[in-house]
Design a protein around this ligand. Structure first.
Ligand SMILES: Nc1ncnc2c1ncn2[C@@H]1O[C@H](COP(=O)(O)OP(=O)(O)OP(=O)(O)O)[C@@H](O)[C@H]1O
Length: 361
C-alpha cells in the first residue's frame, strides 16, 4: 500500500532547476492525498508565471509514477505563492518583496522600465505596489495617467493613512502627488526622506508580492533612508549601453554594495539597447553601442535581466499614460519577459537564505 510518505519521498527527488533544491525541502508540495488508484497533490511555485512550470509538472509526474506504476491516476494542481525572506518585518508586514529600481544617470528610462515592470508583474497575477520616490522628476503619475489625482486619506486609530491610487492593477503613490504638477518644488534631503518614510509607515499597502521603488538617479539621501527604513530584497539597475551611462551605473552598483547600504543586486536592465523602427522590427541599429548593459552585469557578476529596444511607441505610451506592456506586440513581450526574469531572480535570491517563508499573513 502506497502512503503519502512514499509520494513525498518520490517528490524529494525532483529539483527546482532554478532554486537548485528539491521541491519537498523547498516546501513546495502541499495536500498530498493517496486514494485507491488515485494520487493528488499541489505544487506551489514561487512565481505566478514560472517559465519552468511545465517541466516541473512533468518531473513530478515521472517521479510519482515510478512509485505508483502506470495504473494509478496522478492529479497535480499547479499554483503559486511568491516567496519572501521577511518573516518579521514591523513596517509593511504584508509586503513580501521590496525592489529598488535605480540608475546611475538620469533619463536612461528608469521610470519607463519601472512602470512597465509593475504592470507586467501585475499581469502575471502578482499583487504589485509602486512608490515613485524620484524627487527630481516624478514621472509615474503621467505614465499611469493619474497626474491630476490625489490619494485619499483615512483615519486609523487617530492617524492619517494614505490610500494608494490604484491604476492598471498596480497600487501607487508618488512624491509628485505632494506638489502640484507645475510647481517647482525643490525637495531638500530631509523633506524627501520624511515623505518616503511616510509612504512606508502611513500608507495602506495591504498584501503585496512586490513593492517597486522608483529611486532618483544617482546616489542620494533617499537611498539611505530607504535601506534604513525597510528591508530591501534587492536592487535593479537600469542603464543605456553607452560609455557615459555605464560609468554612472557602475557607481550606482558600487553604492548598493557599500556596507551601510548592502542591498543585493538582482540584475541589470539594458534600456534603449538598440533602435528599431516599428515597421521593421528585425532591423536593429546600435546607436548607443552594443551590449553595454550586458557587459556591465558580467563585470559585476550579477544577472542580466534583459534588453529593451528604443522604440517610438514606448515613449508615446509613457506620455499617454498607458504603459507599453499593456499593449500587444514585440515591445510588450520584451517587458513581459523582463518581468518574468526579474520574478525568477527574486525567487532564486529568496531561496538562497535558509528562512524561506512562503506566505505572510
Ligand atoms: N526604450 C525606450 N524607447 C523609447 N523611449 C524611451 C525608452 N525608454 C525611455 N524612453 C523615453 O525617454 C524619456 C526618459 O525616460 P524616463 O523618464 O523613464 O527616464 P528616467 O531614467 O526615469 O529619468 P529620470 O530619473 O532622470 O527622471 C521618456 O520620454 C521616455 O518615454
Amino acid at each position: 500500500m502506497i502512503t503519502s510518505a512514499d509520494i513525498l519521498k518520490a517528490l524529494s527527488t525532483v529539483e527546482d532547476p532554478d532554486l537548485k533544491r528539491d521541491l519537498v525541502t523547498l516546501n513546495m508540495i502541499k495536500d498530498v492525498k493517496v486514494e485507491p488508484k488515485k494520487v493528488s497533490f499541489t505544487v506551489v511555485l514561487t512565481t505566478p508565471a514560472c517559465p519552468l512550470k511545465e517541466k516541473i509538472r512533468q518531473d513530478c509526474e515521472d517521479a510519482v509514477e515510478k512509485v505508483t506504476g502506470p495504473d494509478v491516476d496522478i492529479y497535480i494542481l499547479m499554483t503559486s505563492s511568491v516567496t519572501t525572506l521577511r518573516d518579521n518585518a514591523p513596517l509593511l508586514p504584508g509586503v513580501k518583496n521590496i525592489i529598488a529600481i535605480a540608475s546611475g544617470k538620469g533619463g536612461v528610462g528608469k521610470s519607463t522600465v519601472t512602470s512597465n515592470l509593475a504592470v507586467a508583474l501585475a499581469q502575471t497575477g502578482a499583487k504589485v505596489g509602486l512608490i515613485d520616490a524620484d524627487i527630481y522628476g516624478p514621472s509615474i503619475p503621467v505614465m499611469f495617467n493619474c497626474e491630476h489625482e490625489q490619494p485619499m486619506v483615512k483615519q486609523v486609530n487617530g492617524k492619517n493613512i494614505i490610500i494608494p491610487i490604484e491604476q492598471y492593477n498596480v497600487k501607487l503613490i508618488s512624491i509628485g502627488f505632494l506638489a502640484p504638477p507645475d510647481s517647482a518644488v525643490v525637495w531638500r534631503g530631509p523633506m524627501a526622506s520624511s515623505a518616503l518614510k511616510q509612504f512606508f509607515s502611513d500608507a495602506d499597502w495591504g498584501e503585496l508580492d512586490y513593492l517597486l521603488i522608483d529611486l532618483p538617479p544617482g546616489t542620494s539621501d533617499i537611498h539611505l533612508t530607504m535601506v534604513q527604513t525597510v528591508p530591501v530584497t534587492g536592487a535593479v539597475i537600469v542603464t543605456t549601453p553607452q560609455k557615459v551611462a555605464l560609468a554612472d551605473a557602475n557607481k550606482g552598483m558600487a553604492m548598493f554594495k557599500q556596507p551601510q547600504i548592502n542591498v543585493p543586486i538582482l540584475g541589470v536592465v539594458e534600456n534603449m539597447a538598440y533602435f528599431t523602427p516599428e515597421e521593421l522590427p528585425d532591423n536593429k541599429y546600435y546607436i548607443f553601442g552594443k551590449d553595454g548593459g550586458k557587459n556591465l552585469s558580467e563585470k559585476h557578476n550579477v544577472p542580466f535581466l534583459g534588453q529593451i529596444p528604443l522604440v517610438q511607441s514606448i515613449r508615446e505610451s509613457g506620455d499617454s499614460g498607458l504603459p507599453a506592456a499593456m499593449k500587444e506586440g514585440p515591445t510588450a513581450e520584451a517587458f513581459k519577459d523582463l518581468a518574468k526574469t526579474l520574478a525568477r531572480q527574486i525567487a532564486i535570491r529568496n531561496a538562497q537564505k535558509p528562512t524561506l517563508v512562503t506566505d505572510v499573513k
